[in-house]
Design a protein around this ligand. Structure first.
Ligand code: FAD
Length: 439
């Protein structure tokens, strides 16, 4: 079996590691000159992990204890160190952009070029192709594209931030990238209006700790049921239909203070002008509720609108080929229950290694993963163990749940049961007392 992996970001590295461990012949094609994918972005000065660093690591390669909320450049170097640590460098072709995939009936014919000169380098046939990269192509909705004063968060450079002093800025989007942009623009002296269809909620992060677990407990049912209900610490109080909005990402206390104070408009942007945005508010925060459209003038619009699903920049005919059984796309890779980047990727790598020989379609693989292959309780304990420790850990399939974890789980269930029985006993006692008093 010969496997081509497109991209040497977190996912490509995890996939490669899993393949090499199994003795599968794998090659990574990376368009850039270094590994790390999104973490090679040097443009955004504040770009860092949005979670505690210990949540973003290869299971068998912990960070030094001193590293907390690491910067993008640290994460990029960390990934490179991991490649060297595992001896994976020889399997990666840098400066090599895959430009074509063609189904031959026996395999996928891959064509690649020199990423700098764009001259054709070579081509070869592989049994499977794994594409990676979910956050590489900024999503810029068409209505914004024509305007010069629009910048995506992935390009919010030091220069743009410095020039924002005293300017009116609108940040569009409700998740962590938006929160960071609002915070940093305000820190640079800009006057910011934050517009979002939905404002996400975030866990409070305290330096040196992992997550404040009091904010995590409410999301346990969502994690266990797999419904991704990250109902963490609310930044704003939402009405009923917003309750599913949440983010596993964290904010530090200073960000909370600043963001609570920021002007926010919850609603849809209905018109984009050269120096203005018109929003139909759903709920106008900080001011009286009204659904009259609001026009906000702005020198700068910052789009925190996320990323296009990256099909490894493959277009046209090639994109169509990329739907076949042999080509595995990032969106078809099964998502583990919680989505901490690298651990999720390494779970996917372990999963992929087990299933690579299978002739099933990738969507069938996904169903298998969800339906049969993953024991949710075991995975939940694995992930909790992973979050709680800085230890090296085996991948999910080799992981032995420590007896202590089962004991903690069992005793927690017993305590919950006792509390529940106590409440029932208390209530029935009170009802009986009330009845006998009445008679
Ligand atoms: C600002 C920001 C902050 C984030 N913070 C966190 C966080 O705190 N925690 C978390 O879990 N996740 C975070 N993420 C998500 C992050 O995207 C993932 O954690 C992870 O790094 C994605 O890895 P990847 O390998 O899937 O993709 P990428 O990192 O995008 O790597 C894809 C690689 O493929 C290469 N490539 C693409 N097309 C081709 C081609 N045709 N030929 C050759 N090479 C190609 C690209 O050059 C790139 O290097 C963040 C993302 C962003 C943008």
């Amino acid at each position: 079996m010969r496997v081509a992996i497109l991209g040497a970001g977190a996912k490509g590295i995890c996939m490669l590691n899993a393949m090499v461990q199994e003795g599968i012949d794998a090659t990574v094609f990376e368009a850039q000159s270094v590994p790390g994918g999104v973490w090679t972005n040097t443009e955004v000065p504040y770009m860092s992990l949005q979670l505690a660093s210990r949540h973003y690591r290869f299971p068998d390669f912990p960070h030094p204890k001193s590293v907390d909320m690491a910067s993008a450049s640290y994460v990029q170097r960390y990934m490179h160190r991991y490649i060297k640590h595992r001896g994976l460098d020889d399997y990666i072709l840098y400066n090599t952009a895959v430009t074509g995939l063609e189904e031959t009936g026996q395999g996928v014919h891959v064509t690649w070029t020199d990423a700098k000169t764009e001259s054709k380098r070579s081509s070869d046939t592989f049994d499977r192709v794994i594409c990676t990269g979910q956050s590489s192509i900024p999503r810029i909705p068409a209505e914004y594209a024509a305007h010069a004063n629009v910048v995506h968060t992935s390009k919010l450079s030091g220069k743009v931030l410095n020039q924002s002093k005293g300017k009116t800025c609108v940040v569009v989007g409700g998740s962590k990238s938006a929160a960071e942009a609002v915070y940093h623009l305000r820190e640079h002296g800009a006057e910011v209006t934050w517009v979002a269809r939905k404002f996400y909620s975030f866990a409070m992060y305290h330096a040196g700790t992992t997550i404040d677990f009091s904010t995590v407990i409410p999301c346990v049912p969502g994690i266990v049921s797999g419904k991704n209900q990250d109902c963490l610490f609310p930044l704003v109080v939402q009405d009923g239909d917003e309750l599913d909005a949440g983010s596993g990402n964290t904010l530090v206390p200073a960000e909370y203070v600043a963001l609570r104070a920021a002007t926010k408009i919850q609603g849809d942007v209905i018109e984009v002008g050269p120096r203005s945005l018109t929003v139909r508010p759903k709920q106008k925060l900080n001011e009286a509720t009204s659904d009259e459209p609001i026009t906000v003038t702005c020198d700068l619009v910052v789009l925190a609108t996320g990323y296009e699903l990256n099909r490894c920049r493959l277009t046209g005919e090639t994109k169509a080929v990329a739907q076949t059984v042999r080509v595995i796309q990032p969106d078809l890779l099964p998502h583990a229950m919680t989505t901490f980047g690298i651990i999720n990727s390494s779970l996917q790598g372990a999963f992929m290694r087990r299933y690579l020989q299978s002739a099933a379609s990738t969507s069938q693989l996904f169903d298998d993963f969800c339906a049969q292959d993953v024991n949710r309780w075991r995975l939940f304990l694995y992930q909790m163990h992973y979050l709680a420790t800085d230890n090296e850990m085996a991948d999910y399939y080799d992981y032995q749940v420590p007896v202590g974890a089962w004991l903690i789980l069992a005793s927690t269930c017993v305590v919950v049961l006792l509390v529940f029985l106590g409440i029932i006993a208390g209530v029935s006692h009170a009802v009986q007392a009330a009845r006998s008093k009445a008679t």
